[in-house]
Design a protein around this ligand. Sequence first.
Ligand code: URA
Length: 236
Amino acid sequence: MIRTDKFISSQLADISRSEAKALIRSGRVAVDGVTVRSPDTQITPQSVVTLDGKRITYKEHIYIMLNKPSGYVCSTKREGGCPTVIELVPPYLKRKGLFAAGRLDKDTEGFVLITDDGELAHKMLAPSSHVPKTYFVRLEQPCGEDYEQRLAQGVDIGGEICRPAVFAADKFDEKNCTLIIHEGKFHQVKRMFASLGNKVVYLKRTAIGALVLDPNLPLGECLEIMHKDVDKLLCH
Ligand code: URA
């Protein structure tokens, strides 16, 4: 069971608990078709709650796929005037407590998971989880013949040895490749290629676990990940 004011404020980013109480007291909220006026009325997550006649469906957590553009930071606060990825979440997906689960650099594009589920984020990001992350990489110089083997062995990025990574050169363009890594060290992909004497000039994350970035999702746009797909984020 959950209080009606909590139900409403937890589902709507811009409604505080006291605003929810005021909305209820003013008669704008109905539960299962009946107007409620007491904010502490106990209801269930399955109750049909409406505000001004519009349904508010209850979801414990939300999972959002963002196709991050360059120029945005993955923190919850602006850094050096740089906008955050949270600012790209459209109002209908906004709610309190959203954060980016795992960071991409400011100039990296691609799949960022935005959620309010700390438990899932922990499972995904814990050093012991080894969830694969797939990147499309454009390099300054053509890929080396030995990259597959060296990356599979685990390269040294300034005293830190990386776990084995899966490298695949692009068949059509010798400067493009795909890399799958199983950890998330600071600037990891850029440092891995730097250790091979090359330079990343463009980086895009294309998958987390077994969940692939929707190829039809434009840069800067979000879509809600359906609950049946959430487990794919943790798949190896
Ligand atoms: N590796 C990097 O170097 N940068 C990113 O943004 C992600 C992985």
